[in-house]
Design a protein around this ligand. Structure first.
Ligand SMILES: Nc1nc2c(ncn2[C@@H]2O[C@H](COP(=O)(O)OP(=O)(O)O)[C@@H](O)[C@H]2O)c(=O)[nH]1
Ligand SMILES: [Mg+2]
Length: 586
């Protein structure tokens, strides 16, 4: 096998071509790395293979690919070009393989891949290029279409044949679009013009040009020919028929226009076309994912805002209820002072001496149901908080579930969705499931009891240490008893010595002052304890929700960073390739 290639032609490459070649290699290498980073499950294996093949292919001989619908005359065209019946022609699609024709001193045949055969033949035109015969596009024989399609990225120039008797079919249009997507140079061949009279000929050419412009954006070189006439003319040396075949133009194009310099230029452009096509494709993947992530992020922001709102709401409510508790304590203070005014008097001396009776009075008139009143307030808060906590879990579950709904995955499942969509889906399933279970098993009573216990313990531990587990009423009575002892001591003294009388008003004042002071302390301590406890309950509840959705949050953050980086990188590669393209073209 004689291999002519860009690298083996190195002595013919100018310094500039050398450096462009190095740049093309580098940018493709960078693209391969970027696609690797996108994740193995996220890049279609075919695309990775195509990229690798393209990189290898840079150093191979110029590849001229003949594509077009089955029976449009591709094989006949190549035979005419080589001047011999090298390839089988026929109206039935007999071969489902691609044939590579290379220069060789002798006729040889090698099977390269399952559907790729290589033949050598001593035709001069093959010294410069490898000509590829494809089975063609054919809606009926899918396999042919696949084979041809997979081969397109490797080509450096595509000669696209359409048959003049059925020019530009729908499947040809689709196929041309594909060739264009890979950034390939295209030349159009309108074959079998021997079928047409002059009028038809103009019509067909007009039709082909218009459609080519629609699909490609520009009108490519179009060569109307009769391959069959050209082949016959070649074999029988029939000059008239040769002229009729109009084959000379296309041959000149291949042999002369496609000179060494042009071939090198196309050869350098070809991998860029592949690279840019892949960049576009995966930029789209990245963008689709980023837009999914943007919505995910919005969902997380919503959940966050809810949590903040919950905190704020609860804080307001706690303040309100604390003020109410203040009022209760203020009333207590007023009642207490009145009680001291009423009871610490000479006229009440007999009562004062009956301590138990006085204590009962104090309990009834001053203490009353103050414990229950305060507890009620606290319970209202607890109930509010439990309700709100449950509702937070419910709406979090709803938010998560909305992100797992199948319609959110539309258009991104399958090839493009890849590992990203799979991981994201699995994650949302787990997180959503967990949140749902919390909601389902939420027991308000148990939660409320636990919270009440916490608050009681906290109040007992910090606010009113003396009270221990006795509760507020008991505490107040204990305080009162302390004062009462003091006062009864005075009362006893009063009975024994006249001088004690004068002490009584002072003692009353002192008792009132002390009582007020104790109530103030109580108020401050209660306020602090309740506030602290509720704050910590809110934090706990928020932390629990944050932890539950944590894996999702982390996924969204990490992926967003990762994909934003890749997006920048791919866009940069695209710019580099665009610049290289311009460099090569000029
Ligand atoms: N009339 C006419 N028939 C042609 C021409 N070129 C090829 N054919 C015939 O069209 C059929 C298909 O040709 P072939 O080269 O096998 O087409 P392929 O399937 O595209 O390779 C064969 O019978 C050829 O003889 C042409 O220029 N004019
Ligand atoms: Mg054929």
């Amino acid at each position: 096998m004689v291999a002519y290639s860009l690298s083996q032609h190195k002595q013919f490459l100018t310094e500039r071509q050398e450096s462009l070649l190095a740049e093309v290699r580098l940018v493709l290498e960078q693209l391969a790395q970027a696609l690797d980073r996108l994740g193995s499950g996220d890049v279609a294996p075919g695309d990775m293979r195509t990229l690798r093949e393209t990189m290898q292919h840079i150093s191979e001989l110029f590849l001229l690919v003949i594509a077009g619908e089955f029976n449009s005359g591709k094989s006949t065209f190549i035979n005419a070009l080589l001047g011999a019946n090298i390839l089988p022609e026929g109206v039935t699609p007999t071969t489902d393989r691609i044939t590579l024709l290379r220069y060789g001193d002798t006729w040889q045949e090698n099977l390269l891949e399952a559907h790729l055969i290589e033949r050598s033949y001593p035709a001069d035109v093959l010294r410069q290029l490898v000509i590829v015969d494809t089975p063609g596009t054919n809606a009926v024989i899918r396999r042919h279409e696949e084979l041809t399609r997979d081969f397109i990225p490797r080509s450096d120039l595509v000669l696209f044949t359409t048959s003049a008797d059925r020019p530009f079919t729908e499947s040809e249009r689709v196929f041309l679009e594909l060739i264009k997507e890979w950034g390939k140079k295209i030349v159009l061949i309108v074959n079998k013009i021997d079928f047409l009279d002059a009028g038809e000929y103009e019509q067909v050419m007009e039709f082909v040009r218009n459609h080519a412009r629609d699909v490609l954006g520009t009108v490519p070189d179009v060569f109307p020919i009769s391959a069959r006439q050209a082949l016959r003319a070649r074999i029988s040396d029939d000059l008239d028929l040769w002229k009729k075949s109009r084959f000379a133009d296309v041959e000149r194009y291949i042999v002369e226009t496609l000179d060494e310099e042009t071939r090198i230029r196309f050869k350098l452009l070809s991998p860029l076309g592949v690279g840019q096509h892949l960049v576009k494709r995966y930029l789209l993947t990245v963008e689709t994912r980023l837009s999914t992530l943007r919505e995910d992020f919005a969902t997380l922001t919503n959940i966050d805002q809810q949590l903040d709102l919950f905190k704020e709401d609860l804080n307001n409510d706690v303040q309100y209820h604390l003020n109410e508790i203040d009022m209760i304590l203020r009333d207590l203070e007023i009642r207490g002072n009145r009680f001291f005014d009423d009871t610490i008097r000479i006229t009440r001396l007999p009562d004062l001496l009956r301590r138990e009776h006085t204590q009962e009075l104090f309990e009834r008139e001053v203490v009353g149901d103050i414990s229950q009143q305060i507890e009620e307030r606290v319970h209202t808060l607890i109930d509010w908080m439990i309700e709100k906590d449950l509702r937070l879990w419910q709406s979090t579950t709803d938010y998560i579930n909305r992100r797992r709904l199948p319609q959110n995955r539309d258009g991104i499942i399958g090839e493009v969705g890849g590992a990203f969509e799979y991981n994201r889906g699995a994650l949302l399933d787990t997180v959503g499931e967990k949140a749902r279970r919390v909601v389902e098993s939420y027991d308000r009573d148990i939660e409320a009891r636990a919270m009440a216990d916490d608050i009681r313990a906290s109040v007992a531990a910090t606010a009113i240490a003396e009270a221990g587990a006795l509760g507020l009423g008991a505490l107040l009575i204990a305080i009162f008893n302390g004062m009462l002892l003091d006062i009864t001591g005075i009362v006893a003294a009063t009975v024994l010595a006249i001088g004690g009388f004068y002490l009584l008003p002072a003692k009353r004042r002192q008792a009132k002052r002390a009582f007020t002071q104790r109530i103030d302390e109580l108020r401050v301590q209660l306020r602090q304890a309740i506030q602290r406890q509720f704050n910590s309950e809110v934090e706990q509840s928020i932390t629990r929700i944050r932890e539950a959705i944590g894996p999702y949050t982390r996924f969204v953050r990490a992926q967003r960073e990762h994909l934003t980086g890749l997006q920048r990188e791919l866009a940069e590669l695209d710019r580099t390739m665009q610049r290289l393209r311009v460099d090569i073209e000029t």
